[in-house]
Design a protein around this ligand. Structure first.
Ligand code: PMP
Length: 420
């Protein structure tokens, strides 16, 4: 598979070599690198991508969830063009910002007040800063396998360049262990930050009882519960929190909510967010030249109000659930020790069939399965993440998903013996 990949991608290889002359590793996002060299993507349209060698791919990664609307949604284009017509870099409060804020707050009722940023990473940094100030405490509880941005990462991977917060690292889906840890640090604990489903960690679903326990523990300890819904907010009209019926004190958002443009948002209880009100002496400063940029605001408004309506959100995630069940049924039928974990439109392949509750349940050896899967899928015209992550975007048709299932069947047929 690897030699076929090298042979069929000479232009991507050339692009990569050239790019390494000006950027370490040839790119500015570590997650996009893979051996022997990554594909150079030249353009996208709808649910399709093309690489430098002009191979066409069906995009089943969707910019790690930010690409929900596909590469050229007419409503998004219209919104961006309208913003361009009004001029960019307006350097002032603008008319679009409060409209998007209102849409987000209506969608996620726990977000009584919110502010925008440029990325999910920033959103989490700001939410943590708010929690520390609000509680006047210093410690931040996170979970092993969690990912809250490039400087807040607790998942396997390259050495993190983490911000120097005083982290307490718990074990995901472990109620007794987490209870003990919270009790040990209760007096100093400012926040518990958690993804309702660990996304980058491999789509590990947070058990409802665990997340409910976190709600109770945070309240008892006087710490704030922060749900990082940067990825999971797309799982239901009101995000994963609405499905669980759990109200966090703060929520962080990003990805598709900016219509596919650079975006982050954080918000929550009005009394906490009041810390950012510049009319109050001693308020927290929150700056960012592009926080309210009209392109993200306009695209975000179009996306939430006209495209990803509550009905569409329900439909897309039901299609994802059906796809995951179908893929898992294929794994069982072939007796393959594989599974897709996840919820709705987000799923991840793993090289074990036993239940995965936390990252320690994932064997390091599964890397080989994921490599085979990745190159097999590319060969069959499907663009997925090297780590086995699959994301449904709106322009994908049922026939695209059928073809994907067939290609996966083929994968199982070819490799079950080798994988056993
Ligand atoms: N939190 C979660 C749960 C994420 O999945 C991500 C991005 N993958 C982030 C935060 C960071 O968002 P961004 O890449 O926009 O900084």
């Amino acid at each position: 598979l690897r030699s076929a990949y090298v042979a069929s991608n000479p232009k991507s290889s050339e692009c990569y070599q050239a790019a390494t002359k000006v950027m370490p590793g040839g790119n500015t996002r570590s997650v996009l690198f893979y051996e022997p060299f990554p594909l150079a993507i030249s353009r996208g349209e709808g649910s399709r991508l093309w690489d430098a060698d002009n191979h066409e791919y069906t995009d089943l990664l969707g910019e790690f969830t930010a690409g929900l609307y596909g590469h050229s949604h007419p409503e998004i284009r219209k919104a961006i063009n309208a913003a361009l017509d009004g001029g960019i870099n307006l350097t002032g409060h603008n008319l679009l910002e409060p409209r998007l804020a209102e849409l987000v707050s209506k969608r996620f009722p726990s977000v009584e007040k919110l502010r925008f940023a440029n990325s999910g990473t920033e959103a989490n940094l700001l939410a943590i800063a708010a929690a520390k100030r609000f509680t006047n405490r210093s410690k931040v509880m996170v979970f092993k396998g969690g990912y809250h941005g490039g400087v807040l990462t607790f998942a396997a991977g390259p050495s993190p360049i983490n911000v120097p917060h005083d982290f307490v690292i718990g074990s995901y889906n472990d109620i007794p262990g987490t209870t003990a840890l919270v009790n040990e640090h209760a007096a100093d604990l400012a926040a518990i930050v958690v993804e309702p489903m660990q996304g980058a960690g491999g789509c590990i679903v947070g058990q409802p009882e665990f997340l409910e326990a976190l709600r109770k523990l945070a309240t008892e300890a006087g710490a704030l519960l922060i749900f990082d819904e940067v990825m999971t907010s797309r799982l239901a009209p009101g995000g994963r929190q609405s499905q669980l019926g759990i109200t966090p004190d703060m929520t962080t958002l990003g990805k598709y909510i900016g219509g596919g443009m650079s975006f982050g948002a954080f918000g929550g209880r009005e009394d906490i967010m009041a810390l950012f009100d510049p009319r109050t002496p001693g308020h927290l400063g929150h700056a960012g030249t592009f926080n309210n940029n009209v392109l993200s605001m306009s695209a975000g408004i179009a996306g939430l109000s006209r495209i990803y309506t509550p009905e569409v959100a329900v439909q897309l995630n039901a299609r994802g659930d059906a796809l995951r069940e179908r893929l898992n049924a294929s794994c069982s039928a072939h007796g393959a020790q594989l599974q897709f974990t996840g919820l709705g439109s987000l799923m991840n392949l793993h090289g074990v069939s036993s239940e995965i509750l936390r990252c320690d349940d994932i064997p390091a050896s599964e890397g080989i399965v994921k490599d085979l899967f990745f190159f097999h899928m590319l060969q069959h015209g499907f663009y997925v993440a090297r780590r086995g992550f699959i994301v449904l975007s709106l322009p994908l048709t049922d026939s695209d998903l059928d073809r994907f299932c067939n290609a996966f069947e083929e994968f199982l047929k070819r490799y079950t013996k080798a994988l056993a």
